[in-house]
Design a protein around this ligand. Structure first.
Ligand code: NOJ
Length: 761
């Protein structure tokens, strides 16, 4: 079973599992790259000056047309395009990122191939996070599909589109586990769970890189980022201090990276944060002891944007020269955007402070990657202005965006089966700041897509119903500010309608980099709008627009139906309409817990029990709970309803005894007693009841998307092995201990589903 297989393989990649790593595809890939490094490339290294070597380790934001990169990152060292061309000719840069297409790439590559002394091809990188010109749901939303195959397919299309514009390398997937919803960058990852994170990391790397090898003209190299524990910043503040135990690093934050490398990702990006006092960008334990020596990673480590420069602000390096030395010697092969390596490495090498062998090692890794990408064979293989126009936004790609969008929508509640809505005979009022206009559709971190090319809700709904004239739209409010007369207009529209669809939530600017929030609720003007609209008393569906888990309170919670619609990309409107009107049943699940209150953050389902858990039921004194509520989610990780009526029964734990070298089948009967088809995400959780290191109250160990026709019943089966029950022990190494386990087959991390016990002996 795919999910268990991923889990087991990734677990095996833990502490000391060098043997497992050696057998992994990434190892093979990189070993092969180095072994296959043509003799001419070795000869090239022998001919390179120290400056040319440092140039191979220097990556800069593209300057063409002002550069898209600067719109997404703080403006740092800037250059004109002509200055950048001069750097290419003199071999002072290895490539550029977030550039502007095939024409730019062709001009730069031509300069490199014709006018640079050694004619080393340039590398073009970009943040292809959730699509290129066809924009797919934001990665967090897509993770909610619990469908790695879907994630692989969208990443594949993103790579096919991006590669035609000359892009060789994507700064994705982001595989950071995000357990604090105040953090804005959770939107780029797969949420709070380790297993789901690994499954998505695996799928996305495979999708970006394709199945024909990195040399294929439609493959882009993946970069697992941000190494490591970037999502664990104190108080959910972006870039903030991280201080977690080695055990937590190994158990929570490392596995998705190990999975990405096992899937073949040849690069990783050092994170901005410090890790228990030592910035990741200059952390020899992280970048050398663990990554290189323990895991055998042979690929390229790139800094994040000015990450080496920031060692000064961290208070870790006195100046630029020292920052360069510390980052480079710790293991950062390539410097992004500060220009520090080209400025300072030559002198550091000349003075003997950086060994030439270390310089050659980093250069060899970068050239190996360029070889792998086929750039030495044909530096123009991905630069194709014709394909750049014809391969993008094809009907098939847009269809996939629509499918992915619909599969990412989570139905939180549906009282009285208000959904799906009828397509005919009803007047529908669409109300809220997200219902109309080419804005707030694709979400953050999209360099090449645009809201102007995306389809809004009004268009999607009008396209779905029998009589588009019965659909009205009114904003009612701005996102953070009230609109003069907005509520009055909204109330009038609601009063004149049979059904209200109220779209409220966060702007796309409220999540993403540097967009941490102190309050993860819906802005007050929209709450005021919701209050007034719900008071009209019409059947109302709330559509949430959000880049993270939200805190939902009254009056929003009083709405009979609530759908989480995130930022769904190019086909946002039609995808939402597909679910609203039942052409596609909702099947996604929450990849992050929705807490009762922001004050609970960081909240995640796999928390520990504590010595004083509050049993289910009333809040008790001197228990681990808040004055105002339980240590639980309002809508749990894994929660999501369907248009079916799903029941769980007949747990079978296969005799209840798992041998250390054996396997255990755990089964349950899942039945759809409703009148509509449904796809249920059946989840397997375990709890290690007693262990030498305390274990979470539940851990996801498997999931399956199961399609059930009305009245259909299926036995859903999971296989557990001892390796699935491993954890990082007292010595920070993987261990597995005999003993008793609880097991659930359930529809969410908080649902009881069917549950029982087994023994590992
Ligand atoms: C900074 C971000 O942290 C990183 O994820 C991104 O790849 C770079 N900027 C380049 O845009």
């Amino acid at each position: 079973m795919e999910d268990i297989r991923i889990s087991r393989r990734a677990l095996m990649m833990g502490a000391g599992a060098v043997a497992a790593w050696s057998a992994s595809p990434a190892r093979a890939l990189l070993a092969q790259a180095t072994a296959a490094l043509p003799a001419s490339v070795e000869a090239l290294i022998a001919q390179m000056t120290v400056e040319e070597k440092a140039g191979q380790l220097t990556l800069m934001a593209a300057a063409w047309a002002g550069g898209a990169a600067n719109a997404l990152n703080p403006i740092s060292a800037t250059a004109t395009f002509d200055e950048q061309l001069a750097q290419v000719r003199s071999g002072r840069i290895t490539g550029v990122f977030n550039g502007n297409g095939a024409d730019m790439a062709r001009r730069m590559q031509t300069a490199a191939m014709r006018e640079q002394r050694l004619k080393i091809p340039l590398l073009f990188a970009a943040d292809i996070i959730h699509g290129f010109r066809t924009v797919f749901p934001m990665p967090l939303a897509e993770a909610g599909s619990f469908d790695p195959d879907l994630a692989e397919r969208t990443a594949r299309v993103a790579a096919v589109e991006a590669s035609a514009a000359g892009i060789d390398w994507t700064f994705a997937p982001m595989v950071d586990i995000a357990r604090d919803q105040r953090w804005g960058r959770g939107i780029e990852g797969a949420g709070e769970d380790i297993m789901l994170g690994k499954a998505m990391a695996d799928a996305r790397v495979r999708g970006f890189q394709g199945r024909r090898g990195l040399g294929a003209d439609d493959a882009v190299a993946a970069c697992a980022k941000h190494f490591a524990a970037y999502g664990a910043g104190e108080a959910g503040l972006d870039y903030n201090t991280v201080d977690v135990s080695e055990r937590t690093l190994r158990e929570v934050y490392f596995p998705a990276f190990q999975t990405a490398f096992a899937a073949g990702a040849p690069t990783t990006m050092a994170s901005f944060n410090e890790l228990s006092g030592v910035p990741a960008t200059a952390n020899p334990w992280l970048l050398d002891t663990v990554l290189r020596k323990e895991w055998g990673f042979g690929g390229v480590v790139v800094s994040d944007y000015t990450g080496d420069e920031e060692l000064i602000a961290h208070g870790f390096a006195a100046d630029a020269r020292e920052a360069t030395k510390l980052a480079f010697l710790a293991g950062v092969d390539m410097s992004m955007q500060s220009g520090f390596y080209i400025k300072h490495l030559p002198d550091l090498v000349a003075k003997g402070e950086v060994p030439m062998a270390r310089l050659d090692q980093a250069v060899r890794r970068v050239l190996a990657m360029k070889v792998l990408l086929g750039l030495f064979d044909d530096p123009f293989r991905r630069i194709d202005p014709r394909r750049e126009k014809t391969r993008v936004r094809t009907p098939a790609n847009l269809k996939l965006a629509r499918e992915a969008g619909a599969r990412s929508i989570v139905m939180l509640k549906n009282d009285g089966d208000l959904l799906p809505l009828p397509k005919a005979g009803k007047r529908i009022a669409l109300i809220g700041p997200f219902v109309q206009g080419q804005r707030e559709l694709i979400g953050t971190w999209n360099v090449y897509g645009s809201d102007a090319e995306a389809v809004d809700l009004l268009t999607g709904v009008r396209g779905a119903v029998a009589d588009p004239a019965l659909v009205t739209a009114v904003d009612g409010s701005g996102i953070t500010d009230a609109l003069p007369g907005g509520i009055d207009a909204a109330v009038l529209a609601a009063a004149a309608a049979d059904i209200v669809v109220l779209a409220i939530g966060e702007s796309q600017k409220m999540s993403g980099e540097a967009q941490s929030r102190v309050d993860i609720g819906i802005p007050q003007p929209q709450i005021d709008l919701a209050q007034a609209v719900l008071a009209v008393g019409k059947p109302t569906v709330v559509l949430l627009r959000n880049g993270r888990a939200l805190v939902l309170e009254k009056p929003v919670l009083d709405a009979p139906a609530i759908l989480v619609t995130w930022f769904l990309g190019s086909q946002s409107g039609p995808a939402t309409a597909d679910v609203l009107f039942g052409d596609v049943g909702p099947s996604a699940r929450l990849p992050v817990s929705f807490p009762y209150s922001t004050g609970q953050e960081p909240y995640h389902y796999a928390h520990k029990n504590t010595g004083r858990p509050n049993p289910p039921g009333p809040l008790l004194e001197y228990k681990a709970r808040y004055r105002e509520g339980p240590n639980a989610a309002l809508f749990a990780f894994g929660h999501g309803l369907t248009y079916g009526r799903i029941g769980y029964a007949d747990l079978d734990t296969g005799g209840g005894r798992l041998a250390m070298d054996g396997s255990l089948m755990v089964r349950a009967r899942v039945t759809n007693s409703g009148t509509r088809a449904a796809t249920e995400v059946v989840q397997l959780y375990v709890q290690d009841v007693t262990a030498s290191i305390t274990r979470p109250v539940r851990e996801l160990k498997g999931f399956r998307r199961v399609a059930l026709k009305p009245g259909e019943s299926q036995v859903v089966e999971f296989t557990l092995r001892a390796a699935d029950l491993r954890f990082v022990g007292i010595d920070d190494k993987l261990t597995v201990e005999p003993g008793e386990f609880r097991v659930w087959i359930a529809p969410s991390a908080q649902a009881e589903g069917v549950n029982g016990r087994f023994v590992l002996a």
